[in-house]
Design a protein around this ligand. Structure first.
Ligand SMILES: C[S@@+](CC[C@H](N)C(=O)[O-])C[C@H]1O[C@@H](n2cnc3c(N)ncnc32)[C@H](O)[C@@H]1O
Length: 270
């Protein structure tokens, strides 16, 4: 089996696990989000993401989000004044939720169901800004090929913005606040993590789930995957705050591990 086939096998299986999670997430947050997006200008984005997006300047820009889930972040970017917005995700169930939010908010945002490795070339060179946020990179078996695809979406002179969990968290088994840290994996592990008790990271409900496979990607590999695909580092910052809804134990430990980062990489102007 080629690396390409292995990646496809994993992302196809993961897609089924995400489809299964979609109605569970919807039960927890869709009604509230529908209400929130019916208010003009609503944003679910936190201060860090908002500040970075404002610094990049989203007003009037064409923006794509890869692995956009229920679209809440991209819809918030649209509410910040972005022009054309397109969200890509592999799970139709989440995109149905995204479309409902867009409809309710009267927001013209396009949502496309596809594997992140197979975004149609009609979208290449179409965006001033591509965003990837909170819980995406670890689902990518092949980081190099993922960044190659993402880079193709960006127009010359455009940027990639990443707001993600810090990969150091992959070393620790996530748990409730106060549970002592259980260091279970090397920072450099190549062993995939396979979860079979579900992807409800809101309520923590466990269910007999389809397997979901994720990967630890050290910070240097993330940055180099961008550089190897023609993107230059413009900004990089690590933070101690918590964005993942898991790893409450790391936050509560107070030992000062980085918990998330922002990274901006830019494609050279033509
Ligand atoms: C943790 S969620 C991202 C959350 C998002 N930042 C938010 O807060 O709503 C990960 C998303 O990535 C999508 N995903 C994972 N692997 C994918 C792939 N290979 N292609 C397309 N989408 C994928 C899942 O369907 C899911 O919606």
């Amino acid at each position: 089996m080629t690396d390409h086939d292995k990646t496809k096998e994993i992302t196809t299986a993961n897609r089924a696990a995400w489809e299964e999670a979609a109605p569970i997430h919807a039960k927890l947050n869709q009604a509230e989000l529908v209400e929130q997006f019916s208010v003009s200008g609503f944003s679910c984005l936190d201060e860090i993401e908002t500040k970075r997006l404002l610094a990049l300047g989203v007003e009037g820009k064409d923006v794509a989000q890869v692995c956009c889930n229920n679209g809440q972040e991209l819809l918030s970017v649209k509410n910040m004044g972005a022009a054309r917005c397109v969200g890509f995700d592999g799970a139709q169930g989440f995109l149905d939720q995204a479309r409902e939010l867009a409809r309710n908010g009267g927001l013209d945002v396009e949502f496309v169901c596809c594997d992140a490795y197979e975004i149609d070339e009609v979208y290449w060179n179409s965006f001033d800004l591509v965003t990837i946020t909170i819980g995406v990179l670890s689902w990518m078996p092949d980081l190099g090929r993922f960044f190659a695809g993402v880079s193709k979406l960006i127009r010359p002179g455009g940027a990639l913005f990443i707001y993600e969990q810090h990969p150091v968290l992959d070393m620790v088994e996530p748990a409730e606040a106060g549970v002592p840290l259980d260091w279970t994996a090397s920072y450099f592990t190549k062993e995939p993590f396979v979860e079979v008790d579900g992807l409800d990271y809101f309520d923590g409900e466990k269910y007999d789930a389809k397997p979901a496979t994720s990967f630890a990607h050290p910070m240097a590999e993330i940055i180099m995957a961008g550089i190897s695909n023609g993107l230059g580092v413009e900004h990089f910052e690590e933070f101690p705050h918590h964005i993942s809804n898991s790893w409450w134990n790391v936050e509560a430990s107070g030992i000062g591990l980085p918990m998330c980062f922002t990274l901006v990489m830019r494609k050279p102007a033509a």
